[in-house]
Design a protein around this ligand. Structure first.
Ligand code: BGP
Length: 470
């Protein structure tokens, strides 16, 4: 729809940016931190591990000062479960509590709203050894961890996110590195884990409302509009299939506490249905999110499945869809350009996604990731001319404003990432930040912080509340 006049971004709009603990903090074994599945897992050859990352653990004051200089109203980060409970459960590690207390206080002293992800891919390894999310004891461990977070930080944290990209963990566990490839019938196992994570999320949402009545909590999946390759009805059906499995399974559960019928029928057809115990559905129905946080990078385009061998399930990447036999087949969208890493760039798809979620759930929406991974180049005089990133973000913010004018209740925009950090599976060379961190894949150099061109641009965007995007 064309609009004669655009609505402005709301006055208290949460402009900010995001990171996650294991990708930015480093200090992987300091101050009592336990090992996570990420610390113990393999990372792809030719890419760095996560031991030092951006060393934010030791640089957090300097980093937050830079976020404040950009004018951030909010900062979305995750708490490393293994800093709070080195073994996932049991004794609390006081130094872990102290670190996040300091971090939160530092943000608040700069008038930056902390937005906390409770769990971003880094399950404690001790829990993994006992079966991880396949073991229902992990649900209790998560509830106990959630309680500890609410009791320690709930007086200052008003926005909580339960689990980052649960859907990507289930659909692309191998790319993210959190699934054991040796398990038999891996998908069935993953959908059992999925069910258990849903229960953990529901319990955390309920607990948050009991312990922190003034706080808000929501899920944080990766959501993207799915296009049919053509107007052929079978293609339209395939797009709806993928959307039910990839998007709505996760949000219908978080918001309505139910498995949507198409996703359930898919699980039945494939033999992946999880075991549901007595009382589970009541727990799932009994929790209500206050808002939906979501990560958006790209859209997917699919055609009808030919139900042959070619339609293999993709385990390649979070944003590159290949297909699944009998369900859909991924195709290239001829209207979209790609990033250097092959992800399709679709700002209008961002508006589509926002509008679709608004129509379906009618809840406030918070963007917790969106951004461009690129090989940035540090030039003479500490200059990084990342015009391509500015262009990407500008186009998405323009579409966000159009979506607001369409009636979407968008409360904030926190792109990925506040500062350079390690990618999930493509190393340090794939940079997303407004702030350049001076290190290479394997040479840590001096980890100096350098303002990129996008830093100054975003500062202006925030100071004009999204009016000046030039
Ligand atoms: C999301 C994750 C982030 C982040 C981002 C970019 O899936 O929540 O942790 O890394 O994608 O992905 P990548 O690092 O693979 O480029």
């Amino acid at each position: 729809m064309y609009h004669k006049k655009l609505k402005p971004f709301p006055k208290d709009f949460l402009w900010g940016a995001s990171t996650s603990a294991y990708q930015v903090e480093g200090a992987y074994n300091e101050d009592g931190k336990g090992m996570s599945v990420i610390d113990m897992g393999k990372h792809p050859e030719g890419t760095t591990d996560f031991k030092v990352a951006s060393d934010h653990y030791h640089h957090y004051k300097e980093d937050i000062a830079l976020f404040a200089e950009m004018g951030f109203k909010a900062y979305r980060f995750s708490i490393a479960w293994t800093r709070i409970f080195p073994e996932g459960t049991g004794e609390v590690n006081p130094k872990g509590i102290a670190f996040y207390n300091d971090l939160i206080n530092e943000l608040i002293s700069h008038n930056i709203e902390p937005i906390v992800t409770m769990y971003h891919f880094d399950l404690p390894y001790a829990l993994q050894q006992k079966g991880g999310w396949s073991n229902r004891e992990t649900i209790d461990a998560f509830e106990n961890y959630a309680r500890t977070l609410f009791l320690n930080f709930g007086d200052r944290v008003k926005y909580w996110l339960t689990i980052n990209e649960q859907n990507m963990m289930i659909l692309h566990g191998a790319a993210i590195g959190i699934v054991d490839k040796n398990v038999k019938n891996i998908e069935k196992e993953l959908y059992q884990q999925n069910h258990n994570m849903f229960l953990a999320q529901a319990k955390a949402m309920k607990l948050c409302h009991e312990l922190c009545p003034n706080a808000k909590i929501g899920p944080a999946p990766n959501i993207s509009a799915i296009y049919p390759a053509s107007s052929k009805p079978e293609d339209v059906l395939a797009a709806a299939n993928l959307s039910s499995i990839r998007n709505w399974l996760y949000l219908d559960m978080a918001v309505f506490g139910r498995y949507n019928s198409k996703a359930w029928s898919y699980l039945e057809e494939k033999g992946y249905t999880p075991e549901i115990k007595d009382g589970d559905m009541e727990i799932l129905k009994g929790a209500n999110p206050d808002f939906i946080a979501f990560n958006y990078y790209s859209t997917s385009t699919v055609a009808e499945s030919k139900n042959d061998e070619w339609d293999k399930t993709s385990i390649g990447d979070q944003q590159i869809v290949i297909g699944e036999q009998g369900v859909y087949r991924g195709v290239k969208n001829p209207y979209l350009e790609k990033t250097q890493f092959g992800w399709e760039i679709d700002p209008v798809g961002f508006r589509n996604t926002l509008c679709e979620m608004n129509e379906r759930y009618n809840l406030p929406l918070l963007v917790t990731e969106n951004g461009l991974g690129a090989f940035d180049k540090l030039e003479e005089g500490d200059v990084v001319n990342d015009d391509y990133r500015i262009d990407f973000l500008r186009k998405h913010i323009e579409q966000a404003q159009l979506a607001i004018t369409d009636g979407v209740k968008l409360i904030g925009y926190c792109p990925w990432s506040a500062i350079d950090l390690v990618s999930t599976h493509q190393g340090f060379a794939k940079r997303y930040g407004f702030i350049y961190v001076n290190r290479d894949e394997f040479d840590l150099k001096d980890l100096r912080r350098i303002r990129k061109k996008s830093f100054y641009w975003y500062k202006k965007v925030i100071s004009t509340n999204g009016e000046d995007l030039k």
